[in-house]
Design a protein around this ligand. Structure first.
Ligand code: FES
Length: 129
């Protein structure tokens, strides 16, 4: 199975192609990068006005999270992205790339930012929901 695809580990995409927006309508949207530069299966760090974000492209759907592990602050972009799962490089906590929800441990959660693609550019809501 290719990187960035779902698996039967409880980490599945929401119904529909893209995740529902989790940003308030009034959220200030910030231009981050060209969408063509984040390929399917990519996981990168992007410097933004809200700090370093983790951007992932899973099956053409882009998600953004704070690039900081909720355990002890590991830099998630230096970890692995396999089968739709983000793995922290420090102690190998695992997170679903579709939602940021912890897989192991289950109670963890990444700070998520809403994403939209406009005119080929990736925009993120400048605050968490
Ligand atoms: S800092 Fe990420 S698992 Fe410990």
């Amino acid at each position: 199975m290719a990187a960035g695809t779902k698996d039967d580990d409880g980490c599945s995409p929401p119904s529909g192609r893209d995740a529902p927006s989790n940003a308030p309508q009034s959220a200030p949207w910030v231009d981050v990068m060209d969408a063509d530069d984040l390929w399917i299966g990519d996981m990168i760090e992007a410097q933004t006005v809200v700090g370093p974000l983790l951007l992932v492209n899973i099956d053409g759907s882009v998600h953004a999270y704070e690039n900081r592990c909720p355990h002890k602050g590991g830099r998630l972009s230096e970890g692995e992205f396999v089968n739709g799962v983000i793995v922290c490089p420090n102690h190998r906590w695992e997170f679903c790339a579709h939602s940021g929800r912890g897989i192991n441990p289950a109670g963890a959660q990444l700070n998520r930012y809403a994403v939209q693609i406009v005119d080929g550019r990736i925009l993120i809501a400048a605050r968490t929901p």
